[in-house]
Design a protein. Sequence first.
Length: 150
Amino acid sequence: MTRRKFPLYIDLDGKPVVLVGGGTIAARRAKTLSQFGVKLTVIAPSIDASIRALPGVTCIERPWDPARLGEAVFVLTATDCEAVNASVVETCRNRGIPVNDASDQTRCDFQFPAVAIRGDVVVGVNAGGTDHSLVRRVAAAIRTLLEGEL
């Protein structure tokens, strides 16, 4: 068993968050974050239309540049380029910014959970990066429960 992570719920409303990457995984993370009022900046040479369609998201269609981190409270990297992901992690660590690398859980300062929401109830599901299939099934079951009458 991996070391368990403590679920910490923080107020992200209006807080700057940077997401490096513009593909499928980045799109899922951007969609999730957009539900929490973050000031999200997405940086990638090409950004999926579903990300660009999210309200309030700033899209910078350029290669990764450490100068674009600004005052981010945390950073997510979700690219298909190992060198970019490693650079993002190194830059964040040097600046004391918590970072999550979707491609390598050993380089994550925090886990990004599957999220189920109903009104003010927010449930995060995580398996320490070890069993994404189980996390998807559990999150789906929780969403079904929340959609029903409680």
